[in-house]
Design a binder for this molecule. Structure first.
Ligand SMILES: [Zn+2]
Length: 183
């Protein structure tokens, strides 16, 4: 089973801070966002996060979740994608070509304040996944009531549900019931 790269694990954790099924959001306040970023090692300690930065982070998450829905055939909300794109433009990221183009390294601009740097790190993890094409393995469960983000370990990257045993079977049962009703 191929392990998800660190950037995929981070983005998966970030995307799953909102739980559609339970109706919970681990990042619903700036304080909780600070705690989460610290827990992920992106902030050295809890810091005050402005309402603006909090909103920025939530827009980035919403856009990423939309992108991950595209991977299971969902139609993305263009507004959410555009808003996340703007966030990416607001977080200055440097490309260092120290060892030549092969070893290009993305890093947050050194002048960023700590919170912006943490957000830039999230943007970098997302960019790395997109550049390597590995973002295609990260998916939002096709069952909309679930919408859990998972890493698709199947060889042909064909999984659409977070767990075939739960969401996949639920979807199949619904189709079966609909067919019976139509017959
Ligand atoms: Zn699911």
């Amino acid at each position: 089973m191929p392990d998800a790269p660190a950037s995929a694990q981070l983005i998966k954790a970030f995307a799953n801070t909102v739980d559609i099924e339970l109706g919970t959001d681990e990042l619903d306040t700036a304080g909780r966002l600070s705690g989460w970023l610290t827990g992920q090692g992106l902030l050295d300690r809890n810091r005050r996060i402005s309402a603006e930065d909090h909103a920025l982070c939530l827009r980035l998450r919403a856009g990423i979740r939309e992108e991950l829905g595209i991977n299971v055939g969902d139609t993305a909300d263009a507004t959410l994608l555009a808003e996340a794109e703007e966030v990416l433009h607001e977080l200055p990221v440097l490309i260092s070509l120290r060892g030549g183009a092969r070893d290009a390294v993305l890093s947050p601009s050194p002048n960023l304040p700590p919170v912006r740097k943490a957000l830039a790190d999230l943007a970098i993890a997302w960019s790395e996944l997109t550049i390597t094409g590995e973002a295609a393995r990260l998916k939002r469960c096709a069952a909309h009531a679930c919408a859990w983000v998972f890493w698709d370990v199947s060889k042909n990257r064909s999984r659409r549900w977070c767990s075939m045993r739960v969401c996949g079977n639920r979807a199949k049962a619904r189709r079966y019931t609909a067919k019976q009703a139509a017959a």
